[in-house]
Write a protein that binds this ligand. Structure first.
Ligand code: NAD
Length: 327
């Protein structure tokens, strides 16, 4: 099987490509990011082809014509909630038009199935918790809207052209980020500040809960979804809500340090609680998260400590803007 992964050089994409290669399948990456900054490009692996192409561009068709993939995982996206609010056209260009372009090529070149990275952001402010897939979609940000539009296009292409699909709504994904982007998750920012001996910034009272899911568990679910036959929409989360204050306690336990959070006024538009019900995904994908939050955080802290021993790597660590957005 040949799998084309858009956004394959990114945070979730890098882990996903590793998983597919572990199963000895061929991979084609389409990603227009700066590869020099990332370390995800599997060097020397001849079964991985790489195209620095924008998913919204005409050149995407050349990649499909050349590679003829059997299945597609579509992860490439404008991923910042904040950026979507300041640059809605750019967000829609990549997340809506880019997705429609990918779908058009899938149909034209006979792709059997597409797995799409959607987001808990499509739900907006939850009416009940945990959030099941049947919960109303009322996205609050342009990012949430563009993800929702992508979902609807995929379903329409599925009905009209028989393209198989799995739409995965990821919760807040955390884990080792080898490349820093503008808006990283709150856990990345916490770990960075912890190791720099800086206070952890909390916007609001810290009681807001999020459903944190480790990137390796997300990659596993994504690869499992390649092989299912039914078209479906699935939440990929831990089914557990953890408050930021609880995260601080976990980090205290892990590091043995006394941590004093620094409280700031709540960010406007930040939602109170988000927990995704993962029951449907467990059944449909024969999948369950393997990492507890403690274990995932421990891997992150150990990795970041290693990085800090290497002066060449330290150079590229810029402190990220912390965000608790549901992206
Ligand atoms: N990280 C999370 O918490 C989270 C949560 C929910 C959903 N998602 C979704 O999962 C997917 C992957 O997210 P991530 O966290 O790995 O983000 P990321 O920014 O690390 O990866 C996205 C990749 O897409 C590439 N890309 C962006 N625009 C492109 C374009 N126009 N053409 C080609 N490539 C392009 C980037 O270079 C990057 O490598 C995204 O669709 C995101 O919306 C992520």
């Amino acid at each position: 099987m040949k799998v084309l992964v858009t956004g394959g050089a990114g945070f979730i994409g890098g882990e996903t490509v590793k998983r597919i290669r572990e199963q000895d399948e061929q991979v084609v990456i389409v990603d227009n990011g700066d590869m020099r900054e990332g370390s995800h490009k599997p060097e020397g692996d001849k079964e991985v082809a790489y195209y620095a192409v924008d998913v919204a561009s005409k050149e995407l068709e050349d990649v499909f014509a050349q590679e003829r993939p059997d299945r597609v995982i579509h992860l490439a996206a404008q991923t910042s909630v904040r950026r979507s609010l300041n640059h809605p056209v750019e967000d829609a260009q990549t997340n809506i038009l880019g997705t429609v372009n990918v779908l058009e090529q899938c149909v034209r070149y006979g792709v059997q199935k597409i797995v799409f990275a959607s987001s808990a952001a499509v739900y907006g402010n939850p009416v009940h918790l945990p959030i099941a897939e049947s919960h109303a979609a009322e996205p609050l940000s342009f990012y949430g809207m563009s993800k929702w539009a992508g979902e609807r296009y995929i379903q329409a292409f599925g009905e009209r052209y028989g393209l198989g699909y799995a739409i995965l709504r990821y919760a807040n994904v955390y884990g080792i980020r080898e490349r820093r982007t503008g808006e990283d998750g709150v856990l990345t920012a916490f770990v960075e500040r912890l190791l720099a001996g800086l206070p952890l910034d909390i916007f609001g009272d810290g009681r807001q809960t999020r459903d944190f899911i480790y990137v390796k568990d997300v990659a596993d679910a994504t690869v499992h979804a390649l092989r299912t036959n039914q078209n479906q929409v699935l939440n990929i989360g831990s089914s557990t809500g953890t408050s930021l204050l609880e995260v601080v306690d976990l980090l205290k336990e892990l590091s043995g340090r006394q941590l004093q959070p620094q409280f700031h006024p709540a960010s406007s538009g930040d939602i109170g609680h988000s927990i995704l019900d993962n029951g449907k995904a467990r059944d449909a994908l024969w999948w369950e998260p393997r990492y507890t939050l403690y274990e995932g955080l421990r891997e992150m802290v150990e990795f970041e400590m290693e990085v800090r021993k290497n002066p060449l790597l330290v150079e590229r660590l810029a402190y990220s803007e912390a965000s608790t957005s549901v992206i």
